[in-house]
Design a protein around this ligand. Structure first.
Ligand SMILES: C[S@@+](CC[C@H](N)C(=O)[O-])C[C@H]1O[C@@H](n2cnc3c(N)ncnc32)[C@H](O)[C@@H]1O
Length: 309
């Protein structure tokens, strides 16, 4: 059996168990080795943080946002800590599950300190030295502090709730961002999340979202390519997909349609072209057959929106 199918079966089984996201963490940690805070992940997210802040300053004409919101931060809060180092006063991280932990936040802070010692951090994000000193001090006292004290020191507030119905006031956030999260949310939910983002984002504020449209099973099993999942019909995909790490399989035009339906303009977009030769190896399901190959092939995109004033 192919490795990706085995992973799909295991994740599907775990998704029916209580505490499924915790069990999945241990499955990924000990079996697929997918939860280690790698340099690739850490520096990749620093690039995202840099691009979010750059987009914000270009489209709002303000250097650094006061308040930020990230959807689906995941196990390691690299982007919120980058924002803290840059001088952001408050970052909310919203998710229906609390995926991080005191230990994982410590690992993330250690990675920042190591990057600074290697002289690398400055290449990614602007750093306020007094905030970096707070990180260093936190590490020294780490074991004696509670998770709440640590989060407070780095201006990070977790909202464990459905992002379709945020507990934040209208027009209260300067910069809303996400990183490889939209592709895990089906459009009937995502549309309402982005609608609530429109409500909480300040007029003249900015939204910045990175989307990875590749088949995530291909990250783990190199015997399939990044378009493999486009072979399956919706009915077949329902059997393969799971609620722990769902993949909507939307393409770039689908996301643009969601933005359009909510009257949110995309001020700037960038994307990775993908690999047409690899796409041609896949017999596409008929739901993709009337889309241009040039659209389907795009593998990653980044949308920046200045919210209408
Ligand atoms: C795969 S994770 C994001 C990965 C993460 N950004 C990273 O880079 O590692 C997607 C997250 O979106 C969250 N999510 C899905 N639907 C949501 C909703 N309606 N409200 C809030 N969070 C949601 C899931 O719980 C999940 O933790």
């Amino acid at each position: 059996m192919k490795k990706w199918i085995l992973k799909a079966v295991v994740q599907k089984t775990i998704s029916y168990l209580p505490f499924s996201s915790r069990i999945n963490y241990f499955f990924q940690k000990y079996i697929t080795k997918g939860v280690f805070l790698s340099d690739e992940y850490f520096y990749g997210r620093l690039i995202h943080a840099r691009e979010h802040l750059k987009g914000f300053s270009i489209y709002s004409n303000i250097d650094i946002p006061n308040s930020c919101l990230e959807l689906g931060t995941g196990w390691y809060p690299v982007v919120p800590i980058s924002f803290f180092l840059s001088g952001v006063k408050k970052t909310y991280s919203v998710d229906i599950s609390f995926l991080t932990s005191k230990e994982r936040i410590k690992k993330t802070i250690e990675k920042f300190v190591e990057a600074e010692e290697r002289g690398l951090l400055i290449e990614y994000v602007p750093i306020k030295s007094e905030n970096f000193e707070i990180l260093v001090k936190l590490l020294k006292e780490y074991d004696s502090l509670s998770l709440e004290q640590i989060l407070e020191s780095i201006n990070l507030i977790y909202l464990i709730e459905d992002a379709r119905n945020l507990s934040l006031p209208d027009e209260s956030i300067d910069l809303i961002n996400s990183n490889n999260t939209f592709e895990h949310i089906y459009p009937e939910i995502l549309t309402f999340i982005i609608k609530d983002f429109k409500r909480v984002c300040k007029k003249g504020g900015v939204m910045s979202h990175f989307i990875d449209m590749t088949d995530h099973f291909a990250h783990f099993d190199k015997s399939i390519n990044i378009y493999n999942f486009l072979h399956y019909s919706d009915a077949q995909w329902k059997w393969i997909d799971n609620s722990i790490q769902p993949q909507s399989r939307l393409r770039i035009d689908d996301y643009k349609r969601i933005y359009e339906s909510l009257d949110i303009s995309i001020s700037e977009q960038s994307y990775e072209e993908g690999q047409i030769e690899e796409l041609k190896k896949i017999k596409l399901d008929k739901k993709y057959q009337n889309k241009p190959l040039g659209t389907i092939v795009i593998s990653h995109c980044h949308f920046i929106s200045k919210m209408k004033g």
